[in-house]
Write a protein that binds this ligand. Structure first.
Ligand code: PBG
Length: 343
């Protein structure tokens, strides 16, 4: 094809892409990517306190009481969101180096799950499987006396945690810990206990990102010092190097073989090429997480009047869909649903 050249006569330019952008109706007809509320998952924080607490690092997000949480879920549901991911802000005194609170059947998450299921059994509830909210040392696994995050010992705890959540009514357990072999081990533990219907959404390609800061502030879950042992200051021995993409495919492939039902790439915005590569290498549904730091960047820029929130949120979410994500975890979920449904 030779490129048409523009001369003074309009008839010399027969090919004009702008014709397909002329009106809203034709733009909708030729649109290649759709974004709708049923693709969105709303992550929520719950705590045992008796008041809803605003999270400073995430303007507009709260640590909800159980009652506040149900109210927020109801509000989101009325806007078209019916999938939720739950994260616990655990009281400091319940956190220990072995993180045993993670599988306490009377713990915050199991109790909250039961209350949600009594309120509305049709909502899809995704629960996080990782030890960091319960670990006084702030790691997703257990730290050895010489300062290593232990793999196989941690996986045993994760299996107990997943089972405890399944027993309390979780629809989908979502290991976000990046230990090796945990998807297979969790699948086996669930199946051996009659929970073959509980799905596994694996945070398969989760990067050691600087964008989780606001989330760790919300849960007070960042790696911390302990005078008795050398605690690693970051999560780079288990979360992935941001420079890698082939490694993401390796992780996805393993999790698929181990029985994952859905695989996730996290964060989303700086990893769109990874979402695309993952989309092309698996037939499984692909999720992406627009994380707390992505939320905070957009939110604070909008609060300062630098950006238009509606336009930027819908553009970033569309970009994540276009890259290949079937579903998106986003703190903007109810707001985006409202805009998408013209309310
Ligand atoms: C912990 C976990 C993290 C997030 C989800 N699960 C933080 C981390 O790995 O340190 C981050 C979510 C966000 O930033 O919005 N297992």
């Amino acid at each position: 094809m030779t490129a048409p050249s523009y001369q003074d006569d309009a008839t010399s330019l027969p090919i004009r892409p702008r014709r397909n952008r002329r009106t809203p109706v034709i733009r909708a007809l030729v649109r290649e990517t759709d974004l709708s509320a049923h693709r969105l998952i709303y992550p929520l924080f719950v705590h045992a306190g008796n008041a809803n607490e605003p999270i400073d690092a995430m303007p507009g997000q709260m640590r909800w009481t159980q009652e506040g949480l149900l109210g927020e879920m109801q509000r989101a549901a009325e806007l078209g969101i019916d999938a939720f991911a739950l994260f616990p802000a655990v009281n400091g005194e319940l956190k220990t180096p072995q993180a045993t609170e993670a599988w306490n059947p009377k713990g915050l998450i199991p109790q909250t799950l039961r209350a949600i299921k009594r309120h509305n059994a049709d909502w899809l509830i995704i629960t996080d499987v990782a030890l960091d909210p319960y670990n006084s040392e702030g790691h997703d696994g257990i730290v050895s006396p010489d300062g290593r995050v232990l793999n196989d010992e941690s996986v045993q705890g994760l299996c107990k945690q997943a089972l405890c959540q399944a027993e309390a009514g979780s629809d989908v357990v979502a290991p976000s810990d990046m230990m090796d072999g945990r998807v297979g081990a969790i699948r086996a533990a669930l199946d051996a206990n009659g929970h073959e219907e509980v799905a596994i959404l694996s945070y398969a390609a989760k990067y050691a990102s600087a964008l989780y800061g606001p989330f760790r502030a919300a849960l007070d879950s960042a790696p911390r010092r302990n005078s008795d042992k050398p605690i690693p200051a970051d999560k780079k021995t288990y979360q992935m190097d941001p420079a890698n993409v082939r490694e993401a495919i390796r992780e996805i492939t393993l999790d698929e073989l181990e029985g994952a039902d859905i695989v996730m790439v996290k964060p989303a915005g700086a990893y769109l090429d990874v979402i695309r590569a993952v989309r092309e290498s698996t037939t499984l549904p692909v999720a992406a997480y627009q994380v707390s730091g992505e939320y905070a960047m957009i939110k604070t820029a909008c609060e300062r009047g630098c950006l238009d929130e509606q336009a930027v949120v819908l553009e970033t979410l569309t970009g994540i869909r276009r890259a290949g994500a079937d579903m998106i975890f986003t703190y903007f979920a109810p707001r985006a649903a409202q805009w998408l449904n013209g309310r």
